[in-house]
Design a protein around this ligand. Structure first.
Ligand SMILES: NC(=O)c1ccc[n+]([C@@H]2O[C@H](COP(=O)([O-])OP(=O)(O)OC[C@H]3O[C@@H](n4cnc5c(N)ncnc54)[C@H](OP(=O)(O)O)[C@@H]3O)[C@@H](O)[C@H]2O)c1
Length: 345
């Protein structure tokens, strides 16, 4: 038997641009990638580092072209800010540059998913649903779905620490979600370290994506904050319609950026239901923006290593990244019928 050399097909030696690289998520991406790829990581934004603006895809494309002519080719862009549409992702993929996107808005992810053909033709890869929610929630959902042999319904719960210094863009995104139509009833779910918590439907992208990628007809994501009082106040504002005027949301965004009551922990839970069967998997961690950045950094590294197929993929569709919770030191627990929980792999 002869030994064969396997080409990774990856962009070994190429550079990576982190857009929003000075923000809460982006700085965690830059720190992790810098450790693995010293000298090959560029941080960008409108104000610092590589000057880029994702709201101007043409100028963004020109910058990509210039970077591609630098000392080493540009292999990937990690998007750590939400662009208004898929224009910036298209500019990357058309040039054969990979994309890792931490975006959480359903319409935006759908727009990038629509570039699958563009990516394949260019031999490029995009990874979507990267982060905590969407991201780790997608991975938990897939495990729970498989554990019941194909779920009929999945309930996802995301608990965020109100004490964490969330980035401006993430706070804006969350407050904007309060104006979205309510699609399901609230529920009460047990979360590791927090007990049973009331959680309210919230427009995280994971629920819409998983209906398609896992073929589960009913998926709902609910949000709670670690402060019970703040959770109740926030969702009362939504229920009464008080959060609908843009001026109120601007005020809430400013308030959340200044007031930090609570901890910096987060917890996630995915419950899959099929007939009488029910499997709930959960995990807890600290500083969701840092963990989002780490998930994105791992995805970017796998992309640059050529470990991911070309085309546009959501995190739960990539076996190379299926063990991310364990790689990040997060313990996945399986909820028993009683109060007991046990670790699962
Ligand atoms: N999937 C998940 O679980 C998850 C979790 C947390 C956050 N997120 C998403 O991650 C994104 C970043 O959140 P964050 O907390 O890091 O926010 P952040 O701290 O406000 O960081 C955003 C960064 O983007 C840059 N930026 C803003 N507008 C830009 C533009 N038009 N073009 C280029 N750069 C721009 C900003 O720098 P300049 O002002 O210098 O441009 C800033 O450094 C948000 O979209 C949020 O929804 C996802």
């Amino acid at each position: 038997m002869t030994e064969t050399t396997v080409e990774t097909g990856g962009a070994t030696g190429s550079r990576v641009l982190v857009v929003g690289g000075h923000g809460a998520v982006g700085s965690a991406v830059v720190a992790a990638l810098d450790g693995w790829l010293p000298g090959r990581v560029l941080a960008g934004g409108r104000g610092r580092g590589v000057r880029v603006d994702v709201t101007d895809p043409e100028a963004f494309g020109r910058t990509l072209g210039e970077l591609g002519e630098g000392p080493a080719p540009l292999g990937a862009v990690v998007m750590c800010v939400e662009p208004p549409d898929s224009g910036a992702a298209r500019a990357c993929l058309e040039r054969g540059v990979g994309v890792v996107d931490v975006g959480a808005t359903p319409a935006l992810l759908d727009g990038v998913a629509g570039l699958d053909g563009v990516a394949r033709r260019a031999g490029a890869t995009a990874v979507l649903s990267v982060g905590v929610a969407p991201g780790l929630t997608n991975l938990l959902a897939r495990r729970a779905h498989e554990a019941v042999g194909g779920a009929e319904r999945i309930d996802l719960t995301v608990l965020l620490g109100a004490g964490e210094r969330h980035g401006a863009d993430a706070v804006r995104w969350t407050v904007e979600g309060l104006a979205e139509p309510v699609t399901a009833a609230p529920g009460r779910y047990a979360l590791p370290g927090y007990g049973r918590r009331a959680a309210h439907p919230f427009p995280f992208a994971d629920q819409y994506v998983l209906r398609r990628t896992l073929g589960v007809p009913e998926v709902t994501t609910r949000l709670a904050l670690d402060s019970r009082a703040l959770t109740a106040a926030l969702f009362t504002l939504r229920r009464t319609g008080a959060a609908r005027p843009p001026a109120v949301r601007r005020l809430l965004t400013a308030l959340f950026r200044r007031v930090h009551t609570g901890g910096d922990g987060f917890a996630l839970r995915a419950e899959a239901v099929r007939g009488e069967q029910r499997v709930a998997l959960a995990l807890a961690g600290r500083v969701q923006s840092r963990v989002t950045g780490l998930v994105a950094a791992h995805a970017a590294r796998a992309l640059l290593d050529g470990a991911l197929p070309s085309g546009v993929h959501h995190l739960e569709g990539l076996p190379a990244l299926a063990d991310l919770p364990e790689r990040l030191g997060l313990t996945v627990v399986r909820e028993a019928r009683g109060p007991e929980v046990r670790e699962v792999r």
